[in-house]
Design a protein around this ligand. Structure first.
Ligand SMILES: Cc1cc2nc3c(=O)[nH]c(=O)nc-3n(C[C@H](O)[C@H](O)[C@H](O)COP(=O)(O)OP(=O)(O)OC[C@H]3O[C@@H](n4cnc5c(N)ncnc54)[C@H](O)[C@@H]3O)c2cc1C
Length: 380
C-alpha cells in the first residue's frame, strides 16, 4: 500500500509511527485503565502539528492533505485508540465545521488556538432522546434581541471535560424538526455552560465522554455557525469527515491486533512448535490482514475523494462500516490467538477488543452506515 502514498505522506507516517511507538504506546495501557487523559502527549502531538494536519498554514495548520490526517490518526490509534479519537474528534468534528462553514472572522477567532492544540475542540450533537435520530434535539436556542439563549443538556461529548470550544447543535424552530436546528460555536468559559456527568465506559477510557449542561447560556449573534436552521446539514457534512477519522482509528486498532498476533504466534510454543505453524492460526492471520487492507483501501479512496472535493458521503460510510467491523474482527481473533493470556490485562489484546467496539457505535452506528449506503444506492 506504500505505493499509494506520496513521499510527504510516507515521511509523515514514519514520523508519527516513531512518536507513537516511543511516546504513546508505553503509557497507553496505564492511561486507559486509569481513565487518565494523556494531556502531555496531546501537547507533544500539538507541537508536531498533529492537532491541525489538514488545515491551511494561514490559520496555523500543517497545510497537509486529508490522507495525511487519516494516516496520522491510524498510526496514533495503533498505539492508543483513546489518543486517536481525541485528535479525531478535535480535528474532524470541531475544527472542520468551523473551517468549512465559519465566517472569516470566526475562522480567525477560533482556528489558530485550536489548530495549535492550545484549545481542544468537541462536537455536541447527541442528547438522551436524540442519538441516531439526531434531528430530535431538544436543546433550544432562542433569539432574544441580538443574543442567542441556549438551554438544555447534551450527552456523550468526546473531549467534553478538556474542550475549550464546542460546535453544538440546538433547535431554533422545534416544529420544523431537522429543518429547524442550527449550529453554534460555544466557548466553554461562557456563564451557564457546565460539564455534567462524565461517563464510565467499556473502552477508550483515556478520553472523556461527558454531558454538557446549558443553563441560559447567552451567546452573541456571531456564535451562530453557518445559516440559521441549516445546522442539520452542517452536522451531517461534519459527520462524513468524522467517519473517516473513526475509520482510521479502527484501522489502527486492527493493525495493532494483527501485529501483536503475529509476534505472539511466533513466540508461543505448544505441542513442541510455535503456534504460527498451525494452519488454524495462519488462516486467522490471513483473514485479519484481508479485512484490514480492504478497509484501508476504502478509507484511502474516501479520503482522496474528500481531498478532491467530491461527494464522498457513501464512501465515508462504507469505509467506517468496514473498518469498524475489521477492528472488531481482528481484536477478537487477537484474543483468540493469545489464548488465556489474551483475556488478561498483561497483554494489549483485551484493550484492543474493548476499544474496537466503540467504532461500531459513535459517529453513526453500523446500522446507520448501512442506511446511508443503501439509501444512496436505492434513490431514484
Ligand atoms: C464513547 C462515546 C463517545 C461519543 N462521542 C460523541 C460526540 O463527541 N458527540 C456526539 O454528539 N455524540 C457522541 N456520542 C454519541 C453517539 O454518536 C451515539 O451513541 C450514536 O450515534 C448512537 O445513538 P444512541 O446511543 O442514542 O443509540 P440509538 O439511536 O438509540 O440506537 C440504538 C440501536 O438502534 C439502532 N437504530 C437506531 N435507529 C435506527 C434506524 N433508523 N435503523 C436501524 N437501526 C436503528 C442503532 O443502530 C442501535 O443499534 C458518543 C457515544 C459514545 C458511547
Amino acid at each position: 500500500m506504500d505505493s499509494l502514498l506520496t513521499e510527504d505522506q510516507l515521511m509523515l507516517r514514519d514520523m508519527v509511527r516513531k512518536f507513537a511507538k516511543e511516546r504513546i504506546e508505553p503509557e497507553a495501557g496505564d492511561n486507559e485503565r486509569n481513565h487518565r487523559f494523556p494531556q502531555e502527549i496531546i501537547n507533544e502531538a500539538a507541537e508536531m502539528g498533529l492537532m491541525g494536519i489538514a488545515y491551511p498554514e494561514e490559520f496555523g495548520g500543517a497545510g497537509m492533505d486529508y490522507l495525511s490526517y487519516m494516516i496520522a490518526v491510524e498510526e496514533v490509534s495503533r498505539a492508543c485508540a483513546s489518543t486517536g479519537v481525541i485528535i479525531s474528534a478535535h480535528s474532524s468534528l470541531a475544527c472542520d465545521p468551523i473551517f468549512r462553514f465559519g465566517t472569516e472572522h470566526q475562522k480567525q477567532k477560533y482556528l489558530p488556538s485550536m489548530l495549535s492544540g492550545e484549545r481542544i475542540g468537541a462536537f455536541s450533537l447527541s442528547e438522551s432522546n436524540a442519538g441516531s435520530d439526531a434531528g430530535a434535539t431538544q436543546t433550544t436556542a432562542k433569539k432574544v434581541g441580538d443574543k442567542w439563549i441556549l438551554n438544555g443538556s447534551k450527552l456523550w461529548a468526546t473531549n467534553g471535560k478538556q474542550a475549550g470550544i464546542f460546535v453544538l447543535i440546538a433547535s431554533t424552530e422545534p416544529e420544523l424538526k431537522t429543518r429547524g436546528v442550527s449550529a453554534f460555536i460555544v466557548d466553554a468559559n461562557t456563564p451557564g455552560y457546565s460539564v455534567g456527568k462524565v461517563e464510565r465506559k467499556l473502552g477508550i477510557k483515556a478520553t472523556s465522554t461527558t454531558e454538557i449542561i446549558l443553563d441560559n447560556v447567552e451567546l452573541s449573534e456571531d456564535a451562530l455557525l453557518g445559516e440559521v436552521n441549516k445546522g442539520f446539514k452542517i452536522a451531517m457534512v461534519t459527520l462524513d469527515g468524522g467517519r473517516l477519522g473513526i475509520a482510521s482509528q479502527a484501522l489502527g486498532i486492527a493493525r495493532a491486533s494483527i501485529e501483536d498476533s503475529i509476534k505472539y504466534a511466533k513466540e508461543r510454543k505448544q505441542f513442541g512448535q510455535s503456534i504460527s505453524k498451525f494452519q488454524a492460526i495462519q488462516w486467522m492471520i490471513a483473514d485479519m490482514w484481508c479485512q484490514y487492507e480492504s478497509a484501508w483501501l476504502l478509507t484511502w479512496r474516501a479520503s482522496k475523494m474528500k481531498n478532491e472535493g467530491l461527494d464522498y458521503s457513501r464512501e465515508a460510510a462504507m469505509a467506517k462500516l468496514m473498518a469498524s467491523e475489521a477492528a472488531m474482527f481482528c481484536a477478537n481473533k487477537c484474543i483468540q490467538i493469545h489464548g488465556g493470556n489474551g483475556y488478561t490485562e498483561d497483554f494489549n489484546a483485551e484493550r484492543y477488543y474493548r476499544d474496537a467496539k466503540i467504532t461500531e457505535i459513535y459517529e453513526g452506528t453500523s446500522e446507520i452506515q448501512r442506511l446511508v449506503i443503501s439509501r444512496s444506492l436505492l434513490k431514484d
